[in-house]
Design a protein around this ligand. Structure first.
Ligand code: M6R
Length: 612
């Protein structure tokens, strides 16, 4: 959620820290701060509420802080309101130690009270300051920074990624992680820590992923990693293959729009390497036909938009595999005493690969003996590393908080996995298999074609942007797609919106439809189009204004009833949500634009949700 960067090198640290924070600002952004150490000035800390621009102005682009060792942080408040004092870095009482933290320390109140009884004065409301003070306490006892960090880690409970500097510890920063991502980067002019690869990709592609319980000491020349018992570890290096420009706007006004436009290419990258000689080839996983035949239950677990992908996949997989597929919200699954065992296949979907609830749900499933398969975008992320099998969506870095291209690539990859499993089970006719594969391969082209004519959606957004409440209705795959359309709209435009299975309307929700209510009616699912139309007629009869999304096949019929109609190309029914969701993404984007919202960084949200 928050972003962490640290640098120990041969250049001034502050400008590098600010640059890295700017690239990570999408993760969390109610306040920001940096701490830099120099031989002559000791620890210097600047932090402030608000966007990074404010911090940059305050420090004259970092020029005010002298030193080649430093840590930085962008905050998404959990404990204590977003203000200057609660912003990170937090400094211990005697000013010796500065610390940045991602995560939540669960027993911080207990530790705080103990320290207060010993006379320590606290300035902030945060759990993170407690760690800085506790560190100072142990450092004063043992006079060894690394030893003090070890003692603190044994005392605290919860999740953390820490970056720590100490005025007595020249040129070295200390990092530690548990349940919150942290990577180490090897640069030419110094070495880094970061919570997110985008922060340091400008400086290095040579990284090491820290594991839970590890501690690292980063100096300009070296990085030493230790386990929790302080035994030195040999870590494997990874090369990041993302292009720096992929994490830049490249002339677009917003990352979200750029990422919507990148979808055809991202889908092609996800799909092409996995289709060979007319078959789906998933080289990266090891599920055998025998194993798949033996599976008694299939679960799909995720949060937010990834969960909506799971909803689409449930319909598609049940159709292809002729087996029950259960979709669960990770935050519910993990506490539900789930009926998962060695005969369960648990598929987790996560763009970031760091969503805490999804990770916890996956661990719970593994603990109960299930086999786990992760569909993840961020290479080397925690979920990717812990799952039994991982398949990457090759969407490239997604910066906008509202997911678009990651969602689309998850969707298509889940379709491929469904097809692959159905093939192993022999539950799909060859003609159906071939038809789906043929359509998957032309999906990017069809999507590009639609994206060339997005002005219709822009026009409808300008017509409807001032509605206060918007309903999305649809059946089957259209319902699952509506959930995503509704989430997209509410998260970036702040308009209240709900998605309903059309058939459910008359069981309560239809009482909310009154003259002028905007209903986005989804009619792309061919098998239930006529049923969906009846529901459109129902809401029209109550005075609703209907904006419909349908396919070329049903255009004429829909236009007779709906007030406005957006038409997407036809494809195989299983793949139709991949095309149908695009106008919903664009609609949310243009509505938010009309309403003057901060599209890439919507209020209260963060890109990767690493707290419960
Ligand atoms: O990284 P993940 O896919 O695990 O994230 C799950 C949700 O937090 C995410 O999809 C969220 O709902 C997006 N902001 C939606 O646009």
């Amino acid at each position: 959620m928050c972003g962490i960067i640290g640098f120990s090198g041969r250049e001034q640290a502050a400008p590098i820290l600010l640059d890295g924070l700017e690239r990570m600002e999408y993760r969390g952004y109610d306040s920001a701060g940096i701490a830099v150490r120099s031989e002559t000035k000791g620890l210097q800390v600047k932090k402030t509420k608000g966007r990074l621009r404010v911090l940059s102005d305050l420090t004259h682009g970092g020029a005010d802080l002298e030193g080649t060792l430093g840590i930085g942080h962008t905050r998404w408040a959990t404990h204590g309101e977003p203000n200057d004092i609660n912003a990170h870095p937090h400094v211990s009482e005697n000013g010796q130690i500065a610390l940045v933290h991602n995560g939540i320390i669960e027993n911080y109140l207990e530790i705080k009270e103990q320290l207060q009884r010993r006379g320590v004065t606290f300035t902030s409301d945060t759990d993170s300051e407690v760690v800085a003070q506790l560190l100072e306490y142990h450092y004063n006892e043992c006079h060894n920074m690394l030893e003090a960090v070890g003692r603190v880690l044994r005392r605290i409970e919860g999740s953390y990624a820490f970056g720590i500097i100490c005025s007595d510890f020249p040129n070295a920063l200390i990092a530690a992680r548990k349940d919150s991502p942290l990577i180490l980067g090897y640069g030419e002019n110094g070495n880094f820590i970061a919570s997110d690869v985008t922060a340091i990709i400008k400086y290095t592609r040579d990284v090491v992923y820290m594991e839970d319980g590890e501690i690292a000491v980063v100096t300009p020349e070296s990085i030493d990693v230790f386990d929790s018992e302080m035994n030195p570890l040999e870590k494997q290096h990874s090369q990041v293959d993302w292009d720096v420009s992929a994490a830049e706007k490249g002339g677009y006004a917003h990352f979200m729009f750029k990422e919507i436009m990148e979808q055809p290419e991202a889908i092609a990258k996800t799909v092409s390497p996995r289709i060979r000689d007319g078959r789906v080839v998933l080289d990266d996983i090891t599920l055998t036909a025998d194993y798949v035949r033996d599976i008694s239950r299939i679960f799909i677990i995720a949060c937010g938009s990834s969960y909506h992908v799971g909803m689409v996949s449930k319909y598609n997989w049940e159709r292809l595999l002729r087996r029950p597929v259960q979709v669960d919200l990770a935050s519910e699954f993990r506490y539900s005493d789930p009926l998962v065992d060695e005969k369960s296949l648990v598929v987790v979907i996560s763009q970031s690969g760091e969503t805490l609830d999804t990770m916890a749900a996956m661990r719970e499933a593994k603990r109960r003996g299930a086999r786990t398969l992760a569909v993840v975008n961020v290479v080397g992320s925690s979920i990717a590393r812990e799952a039994d099998d991982v398949l990457y969506t090759w969407a490239g870095p997604e910066i906008a908080v509202a997911t678009t291209k990651a969602y689309s690539t998850q969707l298509v990859l889940m379709d491929l996995i469904g097809l692959y499993l159905a093939d192993l089970l022999g539950t799909v006719e060859k003609s159906e298999y071939d038809a789906i594969l043929a359509e998957v391969q032309v999906l990017p082209e069809k999507m590009s074609h639609f994206l060339e004519h997005f002005e219709d959606v822009q026009y409808f957004a300008s017509r409807y942007f001032n509605h206060n409440s918007i309903f999305f209705i649809g059946r089957n795959l259209d319902y699952a797609m509506g959930l995503e359309g509704s989430l997209k709209l509410k998260e970036i435009s702040y308009i209240h919106s709900e998605a309903y299975a059309s058939g459910e309307l008359k069981h309560g929700t239809i009482s909310l439809i009154e003259p002028g209510t905007l209903v986005v009616a989804l009619g792309t699912y061919a098998a239930l189009f006529d049923k969906a139309m009846s529901n459109v007629v129902e809401v029209k009869a109550r005075g609703a204004e209907v904006l419909a999304v349908t396919t070329e096949t049903f255009k004429e019929k829909m236009e007779k009833t709906a007030d406005s109609t957006i038409v997407v190309p036809d494809t195989h029914p299983i793949l139709q949500p991949s095309l149908g969701v695009v106008p919903l993404q664009l609609f949310a984007y243009y509505v938010a634009l009309q309403r003057g919202c901060d599209i890439d960084k919507p209020r209260n949200l963060a890109k990767s949700v690493t707290v419960e």
